[in-house]
Design a protein around this ligand. Structure first.
Ligand SMILES: [Zn+2]
Length: 154
């Protein structure tokens, strides 16, 4: 999923549980759960990791994704009367942290994070490996709809 989707879900979870520790833990778990829904990025990831073509496109996608997520979180924080900025923040941190760890693994290839990489992609590829992926364009539209819905819960 896009980081904006993960972050918005994390913010809503933080808002709902009202406790920073649980916001972080449940935000973290939510990452794996929602990543299981096929979301169109398999082609980008395979091109980057396996075929090693169009790698700049994958990097650009990740950079744009991260900056949009940052902007969106700032918009939420500055336009909403967030009851607890603490739980809001920890929900977001937990929900996006798995992809930060994956990024660190991707750059360093450290054996310390290999297990986490496997765990992440076990969930991420769970249905994609069995049923195939969906077109990225539709997946992004679906995520916009989901984000539009989720932000009403803040
Ligand atoms: Zn992920």
């Amino acid at each position: 999923m896009t980081l904006t989707t993960h972050a918005t879900l994390g913010a809503v979870i933080g808002h709902a549980v009202g406790n920073p520790v649980w916001a972080f833990i449940l935000g973290f778990i939510s990452h794996f759960a929602i990543d299981m829904v096929p979301h169109g990025d398999t082609g980008l990831a395979d091109n980057y990791k396996i075929h090693k073509v169009n790698r700049k496109r994958a990097v650009a996608y990740v950079v744009i994704d991260g900056i949009i997520a940052l902007f969106f979180v700032l918009i939420l924080a500055n336009t909403r009367d967030i009851a607890s900025m603490n739980t809001f923040s920890w929900g977001i941190v937990g929900s996006v942290l798995p992809d930060l760890i994956i990024g660190v693994y991707e750059i360093t290839k450290t054996p310390l994070l290999e297990w986490f990489n496997k765990l992440h992609f076990f969930f991420h590829d769970f249905f994609v490996k069995r049923k195939g992926d969906v077109p990225l364009y539709y997946a992004l539209l679906a995520q916009i709809v989901l984000i539009a819905y989720l932000q009403t819960k803040l």
